[in-house]
Design a protein around this ligand. Structure first.
Ligand SMILES: Nc1nc2c(ncn2[C@@H]2O[C@H](COP(=O)(O)OP(=O)(O)OP(=O)(O)O)[C@@H](O)[C@H]2O)c(=O)[nH]1
Length: 365
C-alpha cells in the first residue's frame, strides 16, 4: 500500500495541505506558549492538557478531511472559513483557561486571520471579526461572573476595543490583499491563455485549423530522424484539390474557403491519429504517415480520394463535384528531405496529367 503524507499527483491538494501544515506549525507554537505559561504558574496543567488535546483533535480532523479528498465537495476546498472559525473557537478556550495570562493570546486572533488572505473577502473577514469579538466578550463576561477576582473589567474593555480596531483594520487590509491576489490570478490565467493561443497560432493554419507548413516541415524532419535511427519506413502524401481556381472563379473566394475547410475535415476524418495532416500551401495539403510503406500509403490515399469524391458539396458548389489528386513517396533511409518532397511532387504532377482524381506513387528506384 502506498501511503504518503501529501498526495503526489494532485498539486492543488498538495498546496492546501502545505497551507494546513503552516497552520499546524502555528498551533504548535501556541501550544508551546501555553506550556510556557503553565511553567510560569500562570495556567494550570489541566488547562494545558485540555488545550493540547483540543489542538490535536482539530488538526487531525482537518488533516483527515483534506487528505481524504472530502474537502473537494465544498465550494472552497481549502476550508478557509471553517479552519479560521475552528482556530477562533480554540482561542476562546485558551482565553477562558489562560486566566490572567489571556492578554497573550489576543495577538493570535490576527495570526489566524492571516490565513484568510489566500481566499477571503472583506465581508468574510468582518463576519469572522464579529464572531471573534462576540465570543471573546462573552468569555470575559463569563469569567467576570465566575471568577470576578481575575477580571479587571475596565482593562478587559480596553483590550476588547483594541481587538475591535485590530480585527476591523485587518478585515479591510486582508480583503484588499485577497482582491489583489485574485486579480493577479485572473491576469495570470489570461496570460497563459494568450500564450497557448500564440503557441497554437505558430503551428496552425488559420483557415482550416490544420497544422501549417512550418509544423509539417518540423514533423517531417522528426520523422526522418526516427526512420534513420530505427530503420522504420514512412511515407508522404501531397494532396492537391483539382480545378480549385475554377471554384474560386465561379463561386467566389469565400465559397473556396468553405470548400477548403470541408475538404480538411473530410480528409482528416479518414486518417489515423498518428498521421500528421497539414496545409502545405494554397489548396495543397500534406500527410506524413509514420511506419507506413508506399503500398500502405496508397491504400490510405485512395480512402481519402474516394471520401472527398463522395462528399456532398452541393450547398456550396451546386452541381460541381470536388476531387483531389494525390502524389505519394516513401522515405529512403539517410536521404535528405528535399528529394523526398520532390518525388511526392512529381508523383502529384503525374496524377494531375493523367486526368486528376487519382493517386500516383513515385515508385522505388
Ligand atoms: N479560396 C481560397 N483560394 C485559395 C487559397 N489559397 C490558394 N487559393 C487558390 O487556389 C487556386 C489554385 O489554382 P491552381 O494552382 O491553378 O490549381 P487548380 O485550379 O486547382 O488546378 P489543378 O491543381 O491543376 O487541378 C488559385 O486560384 C488560388 O488563388 C485560399 O486560402 N482560399
Amino acid at each position: 500500500m502506498n501511503i504518503s503524507l501529501v498526495p503526489r499527483s494532485d498539486m492543488q491538494q498538495r498546496l492546501r495541505l502545505r497551507r494546513f501544515f503552516m497552520a499546524s506549525a502555528t498551533y504548535l507554537v501556541t501550544a508551546l506558549l501555553f506550556v510556557a505559561a503553565a511553567v510560569q504558574g500562570l495556567i494550570s496543567v489541566g488547562a494545558v492538557c485540555i488545550m493540547v488535546g483540543a489542538i490535536i483533535l482539530v488538526n487531525l480532523f482537518f488533516y483527515g478531511v483534506i487528505r481524504s479528498g472530502f474537502n473537494l465537495r465544498f465550494r472552497d476546498p481549502s476550508l478557509t472559513m471553517p479552519q479560521i472559525a475552528a482556530a477562533n473557537l480554540l482561542l476562546i478556550l485558551m482565553v477562558y483557561y489562560a486566566g490572567e495570562a489571556r492578554g497573550i493570546f489576543l495577538l493570535l486572533y490576527i495570526t489566524s486571520f492571516v490565513f484568510g488572505v489566500f481566499r477571503l473577502q472583506t465581508r468574510h473577514f468582518l463576519a469572522l471579526s464579529i464572531f471573534s469579538l462576540t465570543s471573546y466578550a462573552l468569555v470575559v463576561l463569563l469569567l467576570a461572573y465566575r471568577q470576578p477576582e481575575v477580571v479587571d473589567l475596565s482593562l478587559e474593555f480596553m483590550r476588547w476595543i483594541a481587538l475591535v480596531a485590530a480585527l476591523t483594520w485587518f478585515s479591510f487590509l486582508g480583503g484588499y490583499i485577497s482582491r489583489l491576489r485574485h486579480r493577479l490570478k485572473t491576469s495570470n490565467k489570461k496570460l497563459q491563455e494568450a500564450m497557448a493561443t500564440i503557441a497554437d497560432m505558430a503551428v496552425r493554419d488559420e483557415l482550416t485549423g490544420l497544422f501549417n507548413r512550418r509544423y509539417l516541415m518540423n514533423a517531417i524532419k522528426h520523422e526522418k530522424d526516427r526512420a534513420d535511427r530505427f530503420g522504420k519506413p514512412f511515407s508522404v502524401a501531397v494532396l492537391d484539390i483539382d480545378w480549385f481556381k475554377q471554384i474560386n472563379d465561379r463561386f467566389g473566394h469565400l465559397a473556396g474557403d468553405k470548400v477548403l475547410r470541408r475538404f480538411a475535415q473530410v480528409a482528416e476524418s479518414h486518417l489515423r491519429a498518428v498521421d500528421v495532416f497539414g496545409r502545405y500551401g494554397g489548396e495543397e495539403f500534406m500527410v506524413i504517415m509514420p511506419g507506413t510503406t508506399l503500398e500502405q500509403a496508397r491504400v490510405c490515399a485512395e480512402r481519402i480520394r474516394h471520401a472527398v469524391e463522395q462528399e456532398d458539396y452541393a450547398a456550396v458548389l451546386g452541381d460541381l463535384s470536388l476531387t483531389v489528386s494525390v502524389g505519394l513517396a516513401e522515405y529512403r533511409l539517410s536521404e535528405d528531405i528535399a528529394p523526398l518532397l520532390e518525388r511526392a511532387d512529381s508523383a502529384l504532377y503525374r496524377a494531375k496529367h493523367s486526368g486528376r482524381n487519382r493517386v500516383e506513387c513515385f515508385a522505388a528506384a
